[in-house]
Every structure is written in C-alpha cells, then in structure tokens.
Write a protein that binds this ligand. Structure first.
Ligand code: DGJ
Length: 556
C-alpha cells in the first residue's frame, strides 16, 4: 500500500470537474493500487479513486461456456466489476501444464462488456476445503498433507505446513499472475486479486502434526507480538500458549495460514503487483470475545486475528468480511470491527437476498472500496436460504440495480469523496428506528416506513406501512460537498436535515435547493428538477427507486 503522494493531494483538493478531466485523460501505466492518506484508503485505477460496484458470479460460472449468462446480469445490475473464480484445478489440471484459455477469454470478454475483474484464486483452500485444488493435489496426502487432530486423525483440510502444497500453489498462482502480466499489465482490466477463499478450518482448531506442533512450541514471532495483543493477560513473550493462553490454538492457526498466503501473494505480486485481499466467513461480532469452540472456521481472518494477518501477511492488503448474517446488529458490529486504520473497508462478498440491498448504502457511505453481492448470474443456481430465492432472470439483480444505478452515475466521484472522508451511510435496522447522520453543523435524521405525506406519528395517519416497507429495506448515503451542501441517495427512507445545534431565537433553517439530477460522464451535475412543496415539506422521501439529490441548506 502506498502513502499518498503530494501530487495526488493537490489533485484531490481540486474540483469535480478536474476529477472528471483526470478520468478522461488517464491511461497511466501504473497498475491498480491502494493509496493511503491517514486513516483512509482508496483503490486507484487509471490514476483516480475507483468505486467497486461489484457482483460475484456463482462458484461454477468460471468457464467460457457460462460467461454469456454472467454479463447480462451485471449489465442489468449496473455493476462495473465482476468477481469470478480462477480455479487451480482448471489452470493446472496436470502438474506443470498450464491452460489459460479461460483466463484469456474472461479478460477479453470483460473488456468487451466494459467491466473490470476481481479474480478469486481458488487454490489450496476454498471455504476451507481443497475442493478446487487439482486432483493430483487433493488425493495425494503424502505430498500434500492434511491437518491432523490431537489423536492423529486426518482432517479434510490441507495443512498450512505442507511445504510441497505451498510450493505448488505458489507456482500456479505465479503462473496466473504471469499470464495476467502478459495480457493485462497495461490495460488494468483486473483490478484486485483474492488469494484463496474463506480460509480456516471447521471442527479442528489447528494442525497437530509434527511440524505444526514444533512451531507451536516456538516463541511467538516479534511482529505478531507487536500487532496482536493478547485478549487475556499472558506472558509478554514466549510460546503461543504462554502469550495467548486459551486463544493460542486459534491464533497459531491464523498465523500459519496467513504465513502461507503471504508466500503465495508475495510471489504473485513480484510478477504483477495488484492489490491482494482475503475474505472471511465471519465469527459472531456481537457476542463477547471468547476462545474458539467450533463456532467458526479457526484460522480464518476473523475480526479477532486481523493483527496476526497484518503481521504475517504484509502482501495481503485487506481482510474483508463476507456478509451473510442479515441481523443488522451483526452487520454493524462486523463493519465496525473490520474497518480499521490498518485495514480498509472492502466487502468482497455479501448475500444477494433482497434485504441486503439497503446494506449497499451503509457500506459505501462508510467509505468502503466497494461491495459485491454473491450469486449474480443467470445460471439457474440460487444459494437460498443464504441468498435470494430467485435463480436466473432480473429478479436476481433487482435488490441492487437501483442503488448501483445511482452510485454508478457518480462512481468515480463517490470514490473520491469517500477518500476525502466526506461520505456517510446508514441501513435500516431491524428495530426500524430513526438514525442520525452527523454532518458538521447539520444532522440528517433518517426515518423509515413513512408515507410520503405527513408523519407516522400523527394520530390519524394510516397505521399500515407503505407497500414495500414491510421488512427492513431502507438505506441512505450522503456525501458532504461543503458545509451546507450534500449529495444524497437512498431508498425506502425519509431524510430530514436540521441544525446540529439550536439556532439563536428568531433564526431558523430550511432547504435552499433540493435538486434531483445526475452526474454526466464528465462528472458534471445535471439538474433535472428542483424539489419543493410537498416533495420537501415532510423531509426528502426516497422511495423504491433511488434518485440522486443535490441538497443545499440555508439559514435565516
Ligand atoms: C461464501 C463463499 O465464499 C462462496 O464461494 C459461496 O460458497 C457462498 N459462501 C455460499 O453460496
């Protein structure tokens, strides 16, 4: 990750028009990379911050014959980036013989369809399992050992201490990056790489094989001690048990897997230096922290071991949460825990069930590099009940298309505003309660289940909620352009803006302008109409179809 160069600071301070100019003129040789400014990070693609409006295809859509069922879904969703696997088994079905026909086709078609790519390296671990490793790997336990438990019983999961496994995975990943360097080094179709998928181990806290056990008895490496405080008081130094007590087994396994991934990522980045992240099947973010008890995949980059991943895997830029628990308290707590100064927010995967549409506003409002619902293609697969019931056709993308269309018309601008710390966002909670967004001298109050006229607190107001708001589905994102000026988008929500502090007696505040419009291709605002009267008297009512509002407040 790079620190922000001063020339970018100057560019970022400039106007939206300047940004648009930068976009039009940009074709720099620099590959996509992360730029850090204090606590905030942006993904720079072709010289400017980029917002990933992503969509992840189903697991087995990674074949040329299926791609024509993928692109139409992304178009209908207004997604700008496809996340899709590249499986070890498909590029190296026979050891040492690589086949990049799929990768070549994928990259060429992405360009034809005007999409970027985030490639998911399904190597040693896919949802912890070796299912995507070639057969010559996954059935040869001698060369490519599986983990063993305390009694020597073999686990399904490949050991992170398998030296030949690491060498083989690394070799295949380097071959993939070499191919990408040949076909995409100057085009930047591929903007990020995910190394492995939802790593960790179910049912076994760590490897108890001889190599693992010897490493477990050795002192915790200094860089881990520096970045991963012990949750309970232990020794300041010493072996894993001495330092981390009951957390030692999980933390050790996290270190072992992160160290393995580091080797793969570092070797790949030496060939083509793209941002790299890992994704995570989450542990409960609300319950008090406690040692592993078979309740999540041990060793994955769960929130409690991000420090270990940072220490052991400096070539992995981000640990990203995969959001599949719809409870709003879980989502809020998870985002809080993963968004850290040393870990930019990036949501690489999220359920595509309808209720998740509102999460787009919360995540992008928090300044995430982007987001990507999972299972987006027109194959007939649906991962219901984890995801949507819809399998194929427009219903799959419906929960996200409106939000993506709105953000899509200002994606580069939004990414720039996020990098400048100007964006905020909320999603309707399961409690349906109002939420406040602090905006300097102003506070936006977001309420839900409001009819467009009047207020639900009125005695004779209809008691039933407006159609489409029976379940939590509201979301609002705000970018603060100036002290009194905001860009607002959202759905199924009402936004009121009031002074954060009471104004002196006899003074008040009101909307000066509430323009509905869009940003053109050059990033210039195009006003379509000005909202007034009924459209503003009760607040700004955002319905099922998201719009973009440019709002200016005034005082008298
Ligand atoms: C999360 C994984 O990362 C995906 O590949 C997929 O298996 C989903 N879970 C479930 O559909």
């Amino acid at each position: 990750m790079r620190k922000i160069p001063s020339r970018f600071l100057a560019a970022l301070a400039a106007s939206a028009a300047c940004l648009a100019g930068a976009r039009a003129a940009s074709a720099p040789a620099e590959p996509p990379h992360l730029v850090r400014d204090g606590d905030r990070t942006a993904l720079f693609v072709d010289g400017a911050p980029f917002l990933v409006l992503g969509a992840q295809a189903n697991n087995s859509s990674n074949y040329p014959a299926v791609l024509d069922k993928v692109w139409p879904a992304l178009d209908a969703m207004h997604a700008n980036t496809l996340e899709i696997p590249v499986a070890w088994e498909q590029i190296e079905p026979v050891e040492g013989r690589f086949d990049f026909a799929y990768v070549d086709t994928l990259v060429a078609q992405a360009r034809e369809h005007g999409k970027h790519l985030v490639l998911l390296w399904f190597g040693t671990w896919k949802n912890t399992s070796p299912s995507y490793a070639p057969e010559w790997v996954k059935f040869d336990n001698k060369r490519f050992p599986r983990m063993v438990d305390r009694d020597g019983k073999t686990s399904y999961c490949l050991s992170p201490f398998g030296e030949q496994t690491l060498a083989a995975d690394r070799k295949a990943f380097v071959a993939l990056m070499t191919r990408l360097a040949q076909i995409d080094a100057t085009r930047h179709t591929v903007i990020m790489m995910q190394v492995e998928n939802e790593v960790g181990t179910y049912g076994l806290v760590r490897d108890f094989g001889a190599k693992a056990q010897a490493a477990f008895e050795r002192p915790v490496p200094a860089e881990v001690l520096a970045r991963q405080p012990a949750p309970v008081k232990g020794a300041a130094a010493g072996n894993w048990r001495a330092v981390y007590g009951d957390y030692a087994d999980e933390y050790f396994h996290a270190w072992a897997i992160a160290s393995y991934i580091e080797q793969v990522a570092r070797a790949g980045r030496a060939v083509l230096d793209l941002p790299v992240y890992v994704n995570n099947a989450l542990r409960d973010a609300v319950e008090p922290l406690a040692p592993w008890k078979s309740n999540f995949a041990s060793g994955g980059p769960t929130y409690d071991v991000i420090g270990i991943y940072k220490a052991a895997a400096p070539h992995v830029d981000i640990a990203g949460p995969d959001l599949y628990d719809p409870a709003s308290a879980q989502i809020d707590a998870t985002l809080d825990k993963f968004q850290r100064p040393d870990n930019p927010l990036w949501v690489p995967e999220m359920s595509d069930a309808p209720g998740y549409g509102r999460i787009v506003y919360e995540v992008l409002g928090r300044g995430s590099l982007g987001i990507a619902p999972f299972g987006i293609d027109y194959t007939t697969y649906a991962n219901f009940p984890l995801g949507a019931q819809a399998n194929g056709g427009p219903a799959v993308v419906e929960p996200f298309a409106g939000a993506y269309a709105a953000f899509g018309s200002m994606d580069r601008l939004w990414a720039k505003w996020a990098f400048e710390g100007r964006t905020r966002g909320v999603a309707e909670g399961d409690d349906r309660k109002d939420q406040a967004i602090p905006l300097g001298a102003w506070t936006a109050t977001v309420s839900f289940q409001q009819w467009q006229f009047g207020d639900k607190s009125w005695p004779n107001h209809p008691s039933e909620p407006p159609p489409g708001t029976e379940k939590p589905g509201g979301g609002v994102a705000v970018a603060q352009l100036g002290p009194d000026e905001f860009v607002i988008t959202g759905q199924h929500a009402r936004v009121r803006i009031d002074p954060a502090q009471p104004l002196p007696q006899g003074h008040g505040a009101m909307f000066a302008r509430v323009e509905q419009g869009h940003f053109d291709a050059a990033g210039r605002w195009v006003m379509e109409r000005n909202w007034n009267g009924d459209q503003t008297d009760w607040g700004l009512n955002l319905t099922a179809t998201p719009v973009i509002l440019k709002v200016r407040m005034g005082r008298y």
